[in-house]
Design a protein around this ligand. Structure first.
Ligand SMILES: Nc1ncnc2c1ncn2[C@@H]1O[C@H](COP(=O)(O)OP(=O)(O)O)[C@@H](O)[C@H]1O
Length: 166
């Protein structure tokens, strides 16, 4: 079984992945595995342009977890979508050193539920777990993911509403 952990940058995918690795899960990262698919760098957006279609096409599923913001396009058995309230996400991204444009782009994507909608277009509703990380610790988030993977808690989504932040 392969599970993906997706979500807008800053929602906590890497932090949670570190904890899940410590718990013994194999967790691969989109950023690492997509390195050989980088086409060029977009300096104005401070980001690398990756041939995402080719990365997805070549991807070999495995037993474990793949984390990254487009991993919901992979043929996963289950999907975890991490969420974060836009005002807190903004703080996390500024702290990370993102420039104003990149912060705005990601905060707007989060406020508009972009990743959740994309994931729901690709996967069945009962295979999807949405977790709001805003008031949780990374350890709590990792525990919830672990329980979901063991089948101890069911898929669930729809509790977040960031429309007030638009
Ligand atoms: N419940 C939570 N789950 C995951 N990360 C959290 C949580 N609460 C706060 N954070 C913090 O938010 C930041 C998210 O960064 P990161 O894990 O790099 O996000 P991503 O990999 O999604 O871009 C980290 O500093 C992390 O410690």
């Amino acid at each position: 079984m392969m599970v993906c952990i997706t979500g807008t940058p800053g929602t906590g995918k890497s932090a949670v992945s570190e904890i899940l690795r410590d718990k013994g899960y194999r967790v691969d990262s989109q950023n690492e595995t997509a390195k050989k698919y980088i086409i060029c760098s977009d300096f104005s957006r401070d980001t690398d342009i990756v041939d995402e279609d080719k990365w997805i096409e070549d991807f070999e599923p495995f037993e474990g977890i793949i984390e990254g913001h487009i991993t919901h396009y992979l043929p996963c058995d289950s999907v975890v979508v991490l969420r974060c309230r836009p005002d807190i996400l903004k703080e996390r991204l500024i702290k990370r050193g993102y420039g104003p444009e990149k912060v705005l782009e990601n905060v707007m994507a989060e406020a508009l539920d972009v990743v959740l909608i994309e994931a729901l277009e690709e996967h069945s509703q009962d295979s999807l777990l949405e977790i709001d990380t805003t008031e949780k610790s990374p350890e709590q988030t990792a525990d919830e993911i672990s329980k979901f993977m063991k089948g101890d808690i069911p898929g669930h989504f729809g509790d977040t509403d960031w429309s007030l932040f638009l």
